[in-house]
Every structure is written in C-alpha cells, then in structure tokens.
Design a protein around this ligand. Structure first.
Ligand code: 5GP
Ligand code: ZN
Length: 115
C-alpha cells in the first residue's frame, strides 16, 4: 500500500466506496463522479501507480482487470450495447489518481475522439 493513495484506502476499507466486486487481486467500485449511467473503476489490490509501470510480470493481473471489467459490463447490462474501457496514463493522458484503474463506462452512446 502506498501512503496517501485514495484507492489503496478504498482497498483496505479506510475510504468508503460503493464496491461492486472484490477478490484478492482486484476491487471494483462506482466512480464518485460518473460520466455515464454506468461508470465503474476496476483496480488491482496491489498498488501500481500507472499502466506505464507495468511489466511482463503483471500480465496475469492485467488480464484479470480486463476480464473483471468485461464481467461487470455484463452484470450491469451494458455488454450487448457496447461500452468503453479506458485507462488514462500520466498527465497528458488525463490521469488524476495514481493507482492503476480501468474505467468501465457505458449506458449511453460515446463519441470519438475524446477531448
Ligand atoms: P483518472 O482521471 O485518474 O483516469 O480517473 C480517476 C477517477 O477516479 C475519476 O473518474 C474520479 O471521479 C474518480 N475518483 C477520484 N476520487 C475518488 C474517490 O474518492 N472515490 C471514488 N469512488 N472515485 C474517485
Ligand atoms: Zn494505491
């Protein structure tokens, strides 16, 4: 756990969140400021600051994040219509919380490119 990391706080229960899935490797919860009818964040329980820090050793964890995101899309009724998985990386990527997270966004039509 990294000191002062909001998402580590959610993993260990110090910071409240609407958790929708949890196991030893990943936690998923509702985004506090949703940009669509469904907006979840899927994170590893282990602190990794950014997707930029991943190595081949993290392949299994990364696969678990994506598989969990896909399962949650199904559970939340956005799988068939389609949805977006988004990982912001670093300042120009729009990352604001430095604990790796996959946004699962759906329930409305989304345009491309993003702003
Ligand atoms: P980023 O910009 O880093 O890709 O996304 C960070 C996301 O975390 C944002 O969508 C923001 O609304 C969400 N977020 C920030 N702080 C909290 C929090 O304390 N609780 C929850 N549930 N979401 C948060
Ligand atoms: Zn963290």
């Amino acid at each position: 756990m990294a000191d002062e990391c909001i998402f580590c706080g959610i993993v260990n229960g110090d910071i409240p969140a609407k958790v929708v899935y949890r196991d030893d490797e990943v936690v998923a919860f509702e985004d506090i400021k949703p940009v669509a009818p469904v907006h979840l964040l899927v994170i590893p329980t282990r602190h990794v600051a950014s997707v930029r820090d991943l190595t081949r050793d993290d392949d299994a964890m990364l696969g678990k994040l994506i598989e969990t995101a896909n399962s949650l899309a199904r559970e939340h009724g956005i799988h068939d219509q389609g949805f977006r998985l988004n990982v912001n990386a670093g300042p120009n990527g729009g990352q604001t919380v430095y604990h790796l997270h996959v946004h699962v966004i759906g329930g409305r039509f989304m345009t491309w490119p993003p702003g």
